[in-house]
Design a protein around this ligand. Structure first.
Ligand code: CAA
Length: 386
């Protein structure tokens, strides 16, 4: 890639409710330290009936459009594992809610937690060919597992929107990329299921194997030595997983990699839980918002999507990135969530699965958010601005 291309802006959104994992642990008779320390998780965002990947994705993307306008946006990539239709891209709903021009192509990408990275790379290649265009990438997911399952504490919800442009203000994408794909049934969601099927232990091993495969391919394709990487963001289904990944990379390369090189990236994911394909970019947002010393630094990014596709790539942070980040805005969003107790969380979880099977149903606005899922009319999903 000859032109400087990368992330010009990055904004997030999450669901309107929050559950303290200490409450979940106590109700299940589990030591809360298992979640806090063992998984590295404190809270999870819980969507209401009027929220889904479209409403969260539109809320994140709206912040980008408010700051930069829509001129030159000719592509919207919507990356998700928890899409709302088997045919129509969730991004088409977002396109209308944001009033984007008709002259903008919209496509949904799916490969578990990996697809936002595919979208980002495709966006960068498009902009490299046509530097006057800008691409809006929206990553949005709701992580739902069965109630009372081992995976329950690793649920969550959130969206990240990124504007990919030439001469970016936040971070430039480097061209070296490492990839590793392997057919493995560690995590998947059959078409008739609202919750994912997961083999937790297999998934952890598959993630770590994918990381090493992607790292070796990164090095074989011009990637820098690990000692030349200043910070790391690893995919965070739960933040302890990123700690495991970091240790594994240190073992594999034989280079000591201190925990301080990745610790700042866990700040948001500890509080929103897993947001599948948005999770890696929440990690990047947390790093950018909490580390003042990133100008000119290289950030290694590891993306893992079960099933599985892994990718390692790197970003170079721009000099005045601090004037473009949105830490206060994100803190306000997290603080504005309504706390729920375990019975209320369980009721919301059950209601979400039931809603999907309805032919006609009206859903009243429940949370204070800019966009709402308003129900289903003749099986077609309805969305409104607040
Ligand atoms: N105090 C402190 N730590 C404790 C503890 C206590 N009282 N009790 C247990 N722990 C620790 C354990 O030692 C363990 O730590 P280590 O892994 O470092 O040894 C940790 O807490 C978890 O304990 P268990 O392994 O016993 O947990 P579990 O089997 O009940 O479930 C899980 C954990 C497998 C991750 C499960 O939550 C799960 O299946 N989650 C969904 C799958 C997942 O997130 N996989 C990650 C890789 S796949 C991926 O990345 C894609 C994606 O987004 C889904």
């Amino acid at each position: 890639m000859s032109a400087r291309v990368g992330i010009h802006d990055l904004a997030v959104a999450t669901a309107g409710h929050v559950l303290e994992l200490d409450l979940l642990a106590e109700s299940a008779g589990i030591d809360p330290a298992k979640y806090r320390v063992g998984l590295g998780q404190e809270q999870m965002s819980v969507p209401g009936p009027d929220e889904d990947v479209v409403t969260m994705g539109a809320a994140a993307a709206q912040r980008i459009i408010e700051r930069h306008g829509a001129d030159g946006i000719r592509t919207l990539f919507f990356a998700t594992e928890s899409g709302v239709d088997q045919s129509k891209s969730a991004g088409v709903f977002v396109h209308r809610l944001l009033g984007l021009p008709a002259t903008c192509r919209v496509v949904e990408l799916k490969q578990a937690c990996y697809s936002a990275t595919a979208a980002l790379q495709a966006a960068a290649d498009m902009v490299a060919r046509r530097p006057d265009e800008r691409v809006l990438v929206v990553a949005s997911d709701i992580a739902r597992y069965d109630l009372d399952s081992a995976a329950e504490a690793t649920q969550g919800a959130g969206a990240v929107a990124m504007l990919v442009t030439a001469d970016p203000a936040i971070a430039e994408l480097e061209s070296a990329i490492g990839i590793s794909t392997a057919d493995v049934d560690d995590f998947f969601r059959p078409n008739d299921s609202a919750t994912a099927v997961v083999d937790g232990k297999l998934s952890i091993g598959a993630y770590l194997d994918g990381m090493i495969g992607a790292w070796d391919d990164y090095r074989a394709h011009g990637g820098v030595d690990v000692s030349e990487i200043d910070r790391f963001c690893h995919h965070q289904p739960f933040t302890k997983m990123a700690v495991k990944a970091h240790r594994r990379l240190a073992d594999h390369t034989g280079v000591p990699l201190g925990a301080e090189l990745m610790a700042a990236s866990t700040g948001y994911n500890r509080r929103i839980g897993n947001s599948y394909t948005a999770s890696l970019y929440f990690a990047l947002a947390a790093l950018l918002d909490s580390d003042d010393d990133l100008a000119g630094r290289r950030v290694g990014m590891f993306s893992y999507g079960s099933g599985s596709v892994s990718e390692f790539f790197a970003l170079r942070v721009c000099d005045d990135y601090r004037t473009h980040t949105r830490g206060e805005e994100t803190e306000a969003l997290l603080a504005a969530r309504t706390p729920v107790d375990v019975p209320r969380y369980r009721a919301l979880h059950t209601a979400a699965a039931e809603l999907n099977s309805r032919v006609d149903v009206a859903v009243e606005p429940g949370v204070d958010a800019p966009f709402h899922f308003a129900g289903i009319a003749g099986r077609a999903r309805q969305y409104r601005r607040a």
